[in-house]
Ligand binder design. Structure first.
Ligand code: UDP
Length: 487
C-alpha cells in the first residue's frame, strides 16, 4: 500500500500532467451556428476535459447572443473579433456573402487572437464552421496543430458542398433549370429548385463563395458533422468510403441544446410554457421559422387562416413579414423591429384565443419541443430545429424558406425522404396548410407513418449520444487526434 507521506517518491515517478487541452472555435453569425458549436464545446468540456474559446464576429452582438454566451459554463469563454469594414459590399449582398467576407477580412485579427491563445494555453485545435474556411489561414499562421471544420447541417449538405468545385465544371447552367434532380453519392435526389439557395444564381457572389468553401474544406484535418447515421444512412456510408484528398468525416450529432442548458428566451416569454401547461398532451402545433425566418405578408396571412382552419391548437412565433425587408435584419439580431402581431389577419388573435397563442420574435424552442403538450412542429427545416424535433420525437410539417432548408425538406419528407415530415405545397393556400397540419397531428395515413418514423429516429438519436454510442465514440476519436490521449 502506498505510504501517504511519501510525496517526494510520487513526484519522481509520475510524469507531470499536461496542461488542459484548449480549442478555439470561430462561430459564423447566427444563433443556428452558435447554439450547436456551444453544445460541442460543452460536450468537449464535460466528457473530454477540453476547454474552449468561442470567437464571434462583431456583426452579431445581439442581446439574444449575449445572454446565451453569458449562460455557458466556465470552461467555455468567448470573445469577439473587432468590426471589419463591409461598407463596399452592395446593399443587397446575400447573407452567405456577408458572412464569408467578414470571415476573410477578419483573418489578421483572428491570427492575433489564436497566437495569443497559443502562447497562454495548450491550444490543440482550431474549429471553423460553415462559412469560415478562410479562417484556416489564421490557424496556419498561428501554428495551431489541427484545423477542423464543424459542419452544422447534415451529410447531404456536406456532400453537395464538397462536390461543388466538380459540379461547377459539369453543370454549366443553373441548378433550378436542371431537367433531372441532382444525384450525389448516398443522397436523396434533390430537384434543382430545392438545391441550396445561394447556389441558385451563379452570377451572384454567394455562389462563388460556396464553391470556394467547397474547395477549402479539403484543407481541414477532419470534418465534424452535426448529424447521425439513422437519418441519412446511405450518405453516411458514402462518406465513410475513403476518398483521396477528402478529410475524414465524423458524424457527431445530434448536438442540440438541452432543456436545462437553454436559457435563451427567459423572462416574460416563458409565459408560453405556462400556456402549454394548460393544454392537453400532444395537442399543440409549434410554429417557428428559426432565428431569421420571416414570411411574405400574404403567406403569413394564409398561415394564420390555415392554422385556424386546421382546428388544432398552436403556439406560433411570429415575425414581421419578409417583404418588409426583415430577413437579414432578423438573422443578425433575433428580435423583430416592428410589432409582428400587427400583420395578422383582422380578428385572428381574438377568434383563436382559446386554442392558440402567438408570441413575437423568439421562443424557448427546446423547452417547447420537450413539453408534453407539443404534438407537432411546423418548421422552416433549419437543421438545428429538425434535430431538436427528432430528439424530442416531434413530427414535422416542412415549410422551408432559404439556405439549405429546401434540401432538408426533401430529405425529411414523405416523398422520397426519410419520412418524418409532411411538406406544405408551394402554393401555400390556407386549405393546404390546414390539411398538412391536421394530417401530421391526427391523420391515420401519412401522418401515422410520420409519427412512427419520428419515434424510431428519436430512439436512434438518443442511443448514439449515450456513452459507447456512435456519436460519443466519433467525438472521442476526434479528441484523440487532438490530444493523443484517450478519454
Ligand atoms: N431558436 C429558439 N427560439 C426561436 C427560434 C430559434 O430557441 O424562437 C433556436 C432553435 O432552437 C435552434 C436555432 O435557434 O437551435 C435555430 O437554428 P436552425 O438551424 O433551426 O435555423 P436558423 O436559425 O439557422 O435558420
Amino acid at each position: 500500500m502506498e505510504s501517504k507521506g511519501c510525496c517526494s517518491c510520487k513526484a519522481k515517478t509520475e510524469a507531470p500532467r499536461p496542461p488542459t487541452p484548449h480549442v478555439a472555435m470561430l462561430v459564423t453569425p447566427g444563433m443556428g451556428h452558435l447554439i450547436p458549436l456551444a453544445e460541442l464545446a460543452k460536450r468537449l468540456a464535460a466528457h473530454h476535459g477540453v476547454t474552449a474559446t468561442l470567437v464571434t464576429f462583431a456583426s452579431t452582438a445581439s442581446a439574444t447572443q449575449r445572454a446565451f454566451l453569458a449562460s455557458l459554463p466556465p470552461a467555455i469563454t468567448s470573445l469577439s473579433l473587432p468590426p471589419v469594414d463591409l461598407s463596399d459590399l452592395p446593399q443587397d449582398a446575400a447573407i452567405e456573402t456577408l458572412m464569408s467576407e467578414e470571415c476573410a477580412r477578419s483573418v489578421p485579427a483572428l491570427t492575433e487572437i489564436l497566437t495569443e491563445l497559443k502562447s497562454s494555453k495548450r491550444l490543440v485545435a482550431f474549429v471553423a464552421d460553415l462559412f469560415g474556411a478562410d479562417s484556416f489561414d489564421a490557424a496556419v499562421a498561428a501554428g495551431v496543430p489541427k484545423r477542423c471544420l464543424f459542419f452544422p447541417t447534415n451529410l447531404h449538405g456536406l456532400t453537395l458542398i464538397l462536390n461543388l468545385p466538380k459540379l461547377h465544371e459539369s453543370i454549366p447552367g443553373e441548378f433550378k433549370d436542371m431537367a433531372e434532380p441532382l444525384r450525389l453519392p448516398g443522397c436523396v435526389p434533390i430537384p434543382g429548385p430545392d438545391v441550396l439557395s445561394p447556389l441558385q444564381d451563379k452570377s451572384n457572389p454567394s455562389y462563388k463563395w460556396m464553391v470556394h468553401h467547397g474547395a477549402r474544406y479539403r484543407e481541414a484535418h477532419a470534418i465534424l458533422v452535426n448529424s447521425f447515421d439513422a437519418v441519412e444512412p446511405d450518405a453516411a456510408a458514402a462518406l465513410r468510403a475513403p476518398e483521396p484528398g477528402r478529410p475524414t468525416v465524423h458524424n457527431i450529432g445530434p448536438l442540440t441544446q438541452t432543456r436545462e442548458g437553454s436559457t435563451v428566451g427567459g423572462g416574460p416569454r416563458e409565459a408560453c410554457l405556462e400556456w402549454l401547461d394548460r393544454q392537453p398532451a400532444k395537442s399543440v402545433v409549434f410554429v417557428s421559422f428559426g432565428s431569421g425566418g420571416a414570411l411574405p405578408a400574404e403567406q403569413m396571412r394564409e398561415l394564420a387562416l390555415g392554422l385556424e382552419l386546421s382546428g388544432q391548437r398552436f403556439l406560433w412565433v411570429v415575425r414581421s413579414p419578409s417583404d418588409e425587408g426583415a430577413v437579414n435584419a432578423n438573422y443578425y439580431d433575433a428580435e423583430s423591429k416592428k410589432d409582428p402581431l400587427a400583420y395578422l389577419p383582422e380578428g385572428f388573435v381574438e377568434r383563436t384565443k382559446d386554442t392558440g397563442l402567438v408570441i413575437p420574435s423568439w421562443a424557448p424552442q427546446i423547452k417547447v419541443l420537450a413539453h408534453e403538450s407539443t404534438g407537432g412542429f411546423l418548421v422552416h427545416c433549419g437543421w438545428n430545429s429538425v434535430l431538436e424535433s427528432l430528439v424530442h420525437g416531434v413530427p414535422m410539417v416542412a415549410w422551408p424558406l432559404y439556405a439549405e432548408q429546401r434540401q432538408n425538406a426533401v430529405m425529411m419528407s414523405t416523398e422520397g425522404g426519410v419520412g418524418v415530415a409532411i411538406r406544405v405545397p408551394e402554393t401555400k393556400r390556407k386549405e393546404e396548410i390546414a390539411e398538412a397540419v391536421r394530417e401530421m397531428m391526427v391523420g391515420q395515413g401519412k401522418g401515422a407513418l410520420v409519427r412512427a418514423k419520428v419515434a424510431e429516429l428519436q430512439k436512434a438519436a438518443l442511443e448514439g449520444l449515450c456513452e459507447g454510442g456512435a456519436a460519443a465514440a466519433a467525438l472521442a476519436e476526434v479528441v484523440h487526434t487532438w490530444t493523443g490521449e484517450d478519454k
